[in-house]
Ligand binder design. Structure first.
Ligand SMILES: Nc1ncnc2c1ncn2[C@@H]1O[C@H](COP(=O)(O)OP(=O)(O)OP(=O)(O)O)[C@@H](O)[C@H]1O
Ligand SMILES: [Mg+2]
Length: 265
């Protein structure tokens, strides 16, 4: 068996909760409707779905970057009206500041206005720890123009981790990377969020990425978009060692996607 029944989490386990969310860029057409989901503390949830089904829009609403037309979002039990300082975001592009070196970019998120204040020594320690954790020790004073795409995404990850987030929102963070770098980054992400005790909501349209990374997979599809299926993962890590289970689940997800006719790539 590759999946188990999804167990109900208690209120204390929940980091993020979206309830009956609806969002449309215009009044007449909803991108998604009646979307309810939770991300538990320390849990990696992958939101999987075809291109254009509304994954990024949903992530923006859950992260407090956009407001839903109806429904509610709460983080650690409180309503989300704007991005919360205990959450961090990473996107497909690393979006580094070209005039700051690796250390400067990794520490950049610590200076945001809503970020809790920390003293200089703690700031330095947190940055050094995050840079080290993403494997960039020795590259502290390199500038973005000299970094490969994979290294730049490591800096973006360090910038997020330095803030010690309770929850990391990630929107296709590795989709612009080559296959080998992508798989290194997926393994690194899992390792780091386990060490940092961080929950993750990872948006992807890559089935293999979802299977390798997730504790739970939510499949989004339909028009307007909604959550159509959920898989609780119980394949041990590293999942590459459980080829049969992985293949079986992959086929199951593909069949669900085909049923939805949402495959577009
Ligand atoms: N700023 C915007 N204004 C109007 N419509 C938008 C805007 N951003 C996205 N949309 C539309 O909303 C729908 C959902 O887009 P969204 O980017 O959330 O999809 P997605 O699932 O993330 O797709 P992809 O996998 O390609 O990133 C699409 O039909 C898109 O064209
Ligand atoms: Mg998207």
């Amino acid at each position: 068996m590759t999946v188990t029944d999804v167990k109900a989490a208690t209120q204390d386990d929940i980091a993020l909760e979206g309830r009956k969310l609806r969002f449309g860029y215009s009044d007449s057409k909803a991108v998604f409707d009646d979307v309810s989901l939770t991300v538990n503390k320390r849990e990696i949830v992958c939101l999987l779905g075809g291109s254009g089904c509304g994954k990024s829009t949903l992530l923006r609403v859950l992260a407090g970057l956009a407001q839903a037309n109806s429904g509610s979002v709460s983080f650690l039990g409180k309503p989300v009206l704007e991005p919360h300082p205990r959450t961090a975001l990473i996107f497909q592009q690393a979006s580094l500041l070209p005039w700051l070196d690796v250390v400067g970019n990794a520490g950049f998120g610590l200076d945001f206005a809503r970020q809790p204040e920390i003293d200089k020594t703690t700031r330095k320690q947190r940055i050094a720890q995050a840079v080290d954790a993403v494997g960039l020790r020795g590259h502290e004073h390199v500038f973005p123009a000299q970094l490969s795409g994979g290294m730049a995404q490591r800096v973006a990850l360090a910038r997020a981790l330095a803030r010690e987030p309770e929850l990391l929102f990630a929107d296709e963070p590795f989709s612009a990377l080559d296959a080998i770098t992508r798989s290194e980054m997926q393994a690194l992400l899992v390792d780091l969020v386990h060490r940092w005790h961080t929950a993750v909501l990872l948006v992807t349209h890559d089935i293999d990425e979802a299977i390798l990374v997730a504790d739970r997979i939510l499949l989004m599809g339909g028009q307007p978009g909604h959550i159509v299926h959920e898989w609780q993962m119980n394949i041990p890590r590293p999942r590459e060692d459980y080829g049969n289970d992985v293949s079986q689940l992959r086929l199951e997800i593909l069949a669900a996607l085909r049923d939805l006719r949402v495959i577009s790539d």
